[in-house]
Each structure stands twice: as structure tokens, then as C-alpha cells.
Design a protein around this ligand. Sequence first.
Ligand SMILES: [Zn+2]
Ligand SMILES: [Zn+2]
Length: 356
Amino acid sequence: MVANTQPWEMPETMPAALFHAPGDVRYSEVPVPRPGPGELVVQVKQALTCGTDLKCYRRGHPVLLAQLPSPFGHEFSGVVADVGVGVTRFSAGDRVVCANSAPCGDCFYCQAEQMNLCEQLQLLNGAYAGYILVPAPIVARNTYPLTENMPFEIAAFTEPLAVSLRGVDGIGVKAGEHIAIMGLGPIGLLMVKVAKLRGAHVTAFARNPMKLAMAQSFGGADAVVDMADGLDVAQVVARNTPQGRGFDGVIEAIGLPHTWEAAVGLVRRGGRVHWFAGCPGDSTVTLSTKRLHYDEITLYSLFHHTPVEVRAAFDLLCTGQLDPRPLISGSYGLVDLTTALGQMEAGLGFKYQIEP
Ligand SMILES: [Zn+2]
Ligand SMILES: [Zn+2]
């Protein structure tokens, strides 16, 4: 057998969306990447928009979009188009999904099994393009072949679902517990769904009626709290938790200091709070030390994902235990990427398919 057999001719150039500055994404013809040792080039079949993309588009991102102009987009699935020297698990023509990062396996944090904090963690961008170059660590640790009938758009949910699993399983959500999930973007909604799979009683919080409805129809939320007119913590606790003692666990997926603080008010004595969504820049929160100590509140703030969650997410999607497709609000071509991001920003949709 000849190595690196290609079932089709690779073009020289491809369309790509490139981030130039906040609010400035342009479409260019750029060279199709070639794989180095251990790398893959994947023809993107399905890319999905993500809240992080919207944040990057509006504000830029010091880590994700370090060098400008920067490739853009990180949730995707596709077909292996070219294989670097030394890759044995994949060959051209394989349908695959890749996470947007992978740990190195060697640094202090990887050895300490805190792989999401890996010192070498490189975040992959460039899914809004015809082809994407997948770095060797991701090929080795965070790339999976799709099962035979698995649609590309389902596979592309692997990364956001991995993040959502970390949100829920990271605080050990158990059957029968009362769990609050604040913020119902795609990740919040996936967390509602995962918490229900774990057997929890879920109360979902948001301001947008479309999101509250989705928490029930898609996520299976047992109750919803509309925060459009603010949040009366005491009243919510009294109405939505057994004996009004508070939630066993609260997951904050909004990313604002005042809702981080409110999350601490919603939890019962001995409960867990998960500050899951990052807050803007250098913001701070103020908490009652008495509340934290004498009510024995446990605070979590887990970041990103590890290969364990990526694998678990892929399995949930393969087996059909979780069908994420109701979260896809529409489909756009690459040149209409910013239209899709605008729809998200206006709260009109959850995620959009971007077809190169
Ligand atoms: Zn994402
Ligand atoms: Zn590492």
C-alpha cells in the first residue's frame, strides 16, 4: 500500500474567514495547508458557530486570536484530506471530529492530571475555511473517527458537549438533586440536558423567552426562572427548592460578577457552586465569608475540557443518547458568517451551521 493515498486532488487554495480586528472578518483565498509530521489536514464538512466566536468577533481574544489576521472557528467535523508522516490511526477519506485543543501529556499539569491547565495547550482555530490543519497533539489525543451513519453536524457538537459535561459532572451532579443552571446559551442548554440525563431535578434561568422554552422542550428542565425583571434570590429559593433550603448545586453559565454572586445565594448549606462562565477581564466579586464558611459552600470554577470529557461527549453523541440538533437554528455559507454571528448576538438563534 502506498502511504498518503489521496482519494481526490487537493486544490491549491481555499476560502477562509479571517479575523482582522474586532468587528472585521474578511473572506480570502488562502493556500490549503499541508500536514507536517503527526498532523492532519481535514476538509471541513460542518462547522458550528459558538458563543466564544461571537465574543472573539466583537472584542478580539488575546489567546485564541493572537496573531492577526487570524483563522477563526473551532467546532467542526470533516474528512481527512491529507495525512502527515507518522500518522497511523487515520488515512485520507476518514470522517473525523477533532477537539479544539489537546494537552501535551508531559508538563507538570498534565502529570498532575489537570490536563486542561496544560502549559502547552494550543487552541485550534480555522474551522471557517475549506480545510483545517490539525496539530499533532490533537491528532494523537483528541480526534475520533465517526461511526458509519453519524451525521457531520452531530459530530461537530463534540467540543461544546465536552465543555458541558465538565460543567455538570465536574461538580458531581447526582440523581435526585435539585440543580440550578443560570444562563441558557447552547452550553447552558446542553448542561440542562446532561443534568437531566444524570437524573437531577433542573431549574433553568434566563431572560430570553426563546431560551426558557428551549430549556423545557430540548433540555427537559423541570422548572424555569425568568430573570427579565431581575432575580429575587430568596423568592426563587423559597419557590423552587425542597423546604426552601436552596439548590444542591448551582451552575452559573452567564459570566457576570453579579450572577456569580447570586449563585452563592441560591445554593443550600453544604451545597456546591460552579462558576462556569468566565467574567469580563479584570472583574471581581464580593462574597460573605460567613456564608461561605458557616454554611460550608464549596466553590468550583472549572475551565475548558480534558480528553476524558471529549471522549465521553463523543460517546454520548455516537450512541444517540443525546441528539443536539434542535440547537441548530439555521445554516449559512462561509461568506455569511457574520450574519450568523449577528443572529446569535440578537438572541434570535442558538448555533448556526457554517458550510464552506
Ligand atoms: Zn465553542
Ligand atoms: Zn501538558
